[in-house]
Design a protein around this ligand. Structure first.
Ligand SMILES: C[S@@+](CC[C@H](N)C(=O)[O-])C[C@H]1O[C@@H](n2cnc3c(N)ncnc32)[C@H](O)[C@@H]1O
Length: 379
């Protein structure tokens, strides 16, 4: 990082714990080739996340959190501990996962975070140091703050974590009930805007989002988490010219919890919005039940190499025993061994990082920069 590039988006980077985490992240990103979780890795349960952490570690291939305040006992059958069952009959999508569509389209993030808190949804937190690391690499090469496009940005979740240094626990507290009452949207927005302004500096990356939920995108824009956004379902159609312009501005495309809702069609349309010489890097956290092969193929045709980062990442608890069984069935159908992972009550994701193969020299700001060692080649 340049000395003048103090990045408010990752205020944790100088702490001892985070220095260690950064090293681990670098090592993980540098790993080439998919390494399936070993049986030994299965023995390590994901840390409970009632207190989110500022650093993460890896043990036997399972990326987990450190500094967890108190372990949360797994609910029987691996189901969520409360809440989800009280919501009445659950609906499931065709992959076997519980349908959470109703919480993606509320005017503010209260229902989203209240529901996901009960499921210990943790993946944006675990993704943060990886995204931060790659943002810093892009910054070093471009010699300017990069533009980050979050696919399936929802209420601006990854942008909030990255630009404001928030944790998922912060998010759960921010949007939780006050004295038993749902918070007021205007109050939430005013507080978010204040936070974004307080954390903004010349070094802050630009954050743009893509999501099919207009209420979520509107909130993220109004709060200031996102500098620009595309509200569209690019599974269904090509981007308009205006949308293409926003997408083409991306230097780095990220996602958590979105692949599966979107397929390689959306990713193809995003990458194709840019000239071949100017395509963005990508980092997607993807549930193990979804094969990344079709994405790798599409991206390969567009000139990308894809690295499958070693290890697995806990995403959330199953919402019910029924959801768990359905997902286990899906995993069996696609030949993924769930033992010690999904069979123990959590959904797990993998990280896939894709970068253009033949980037022109002008994109390589400083040949021989230490960041090269993370990715093995200029890009
Ligand atoms: C599980 S949420 C993940 C949100 C956020 N990335 C996170 O990790 O907290 C999935 C998001 O994908 C969005 N989504 C679903 N289908 C989509 C599509 N076809 N195009 C864009 N976004 C979509 C939903 O609206 C929702 O915001």
């Amino acid at each position: 990082m340049h000395s003048d590039d103090v990045n408010p988006t990752d205020a944790t980077v100088n702490s001892t714990a985070d220095a260690a985490a950064e090293t681990e992240v670098s090592a993980a990103i540098a790993g080439v080739g998919a390494i399936p979780a070993t049986p030994a890795a299965h023995a390590v349960p994901p840390a409970a996340n009632r207190r989110m952490v500022r650093a993460q570690g890896q043990s036997n291939g399972v990326h987990k959190q450190r500094e967890v305040s108190a372990p949360v006992p797994a609910a029987s059958g691996g189901a969520a501990r409360d809440g989800a069952h009280r919501e009445g009959a659950m609906r499931f999508d065709e992959t076997g996962k519980v349908s959470l569509d109703h919480i993606y389209t509320q005017p503010d993030p209260h229902a989203y975070f209240s529901t996901l808190r009960r499921l210990d949804y943790v993946i944006p937190q675990l993704a943060r140091p990886f995204f931060s690391q790659l943002i810093e690499e892009r910054r070093a090469r471009l010699r300017r703050p990069p533009t980050v496009l979050d696919v399936g940005c929802s209420y601006g979740v990854n942008a909030a974590l990255l630009r404001c240094g928030l944790t998922m626990d912060d998010m759960y507290d921010r949007y939780g009930e006050r004295d038993g009452e749902a918070p007021d949207r205007a109050v939430l927005l005013a507080r978010d805007r204040e936070l974004v302004q307080a954390r903004q500096s010349r070094a802050t990356p630009r954050f743009v989002g893509l999501d099919s939920s207009r209420p979520a995108v509107s909130y993220a824009r109004a709060a200031g988490f996102l500098d620009d956004a595309v509200c569209a379902d690019l599974e269904e159609r090509d981007p308009t010219e205006a949308e293409r312009t926003v997408l083409a501005g991306a230097d780095f495309v990220v996602s958590t919890g979105c692949i599966g809702y979107v397929t390689e069609r959306t990713i193809d349309r995003i990458a194709s919005a840019s000239e071949r010489s100017d395509r963005p890097w990508m980092a997607h956290f993807v549930l193990r039940m979804f094969s990344f092969d079709p994405f790798t193929e599409v991206l390969d045709a567009l000139g990308y190499d894809t690295v499958h980062v070693e290890g697995v990442f806990p995403q959330r608890r199953f919402a019910s025993a029924q959801e768990q069984q359905q997902v286990l069935d899906t995993l069996a159908a696609v030949g993924v061994d769930p033992r010690g992972l999904e069979s123990d009550g959590w959904l797990y994701a993998r990280l896939h990082v894709s970068r253009p193969r033949h980037a022109p020299a002008r994109r390589t700001a400083r040949a021989g920069h230490p960041a090269d060692s993370l990715i093995g080649r200029p890009g």
